[in-house]
Design a protein around this ligand. Sequence first.
Ligand code: MN
Length: 252
Amino acid sequence: MALEEYKRKRRFEETPEPPPKVEKKKGNRFVVQKHEATRLHYDFRLEMEGVLKSWAVPKGPSLDPADKRLAMQVEDHPVSYFDFEGNIPEGNYGAGSVMVWDVGTWQPLSPVPVDGKYVPGTEAEAASMLAKGDLKFRLNGKRLKGDFALIKMKGRRPGSKGNEWLMIKKHDDHVVEGYDAGDIDESVLSKRSMDDIAGDARSREWKSDRPAARGKLKAAWLADAIARVEKKKAAQGPRGTQKKKASSKKKA
Ligand code: MN
């Protein structure tokens, strides 16, 4: 059953992420979520076969064909993950802030070009290309547009899990040389920055030395997290000597 791994990794009574559910309706959306977990990365997800097929792209997708971006295939996500933006609590899988960085629709491209140009393909071709590890597709997002390929790397490197793909922009009218997804720190849904999104969670952690705040905490995980932070702060000496950023890094 699809989404089993998604389910296994999460405790739904603790995380605001949506529960696993395979969608019966067909759809052709895509989403890119900027995710500040243990390591910052961008999750690229294609709606396909009732789920979101997902890849974690450490440097983010690029519109420059010269960039071959490493994309680690990760577990399928439920379609309702499409617009998930918020904070995954500390101690949970993927803990950290999630921003909806891009949304749009996609279509598979036929593996056989016509007159040297890629043309829309069928759903069956998409399934076959995915299985073969050479998926060509066209994106129509707010930020990402044009033709791309996701190509599975053959020949496993030592220590590799065999889930490594490359995401590559094809040459077309949408190429932007030197593109860097990191230049745009704004949600396409809420216009918030990563700091804005993290804000609530961070301020709860960092203003927690006010006793009144602690009484309002409903979730046990948060109380525990704050207790750990306070213990660390006490051990490290006077307040204000640590960097906010470093302490906000979460365990995955
Ligand atoms: Mn992620």
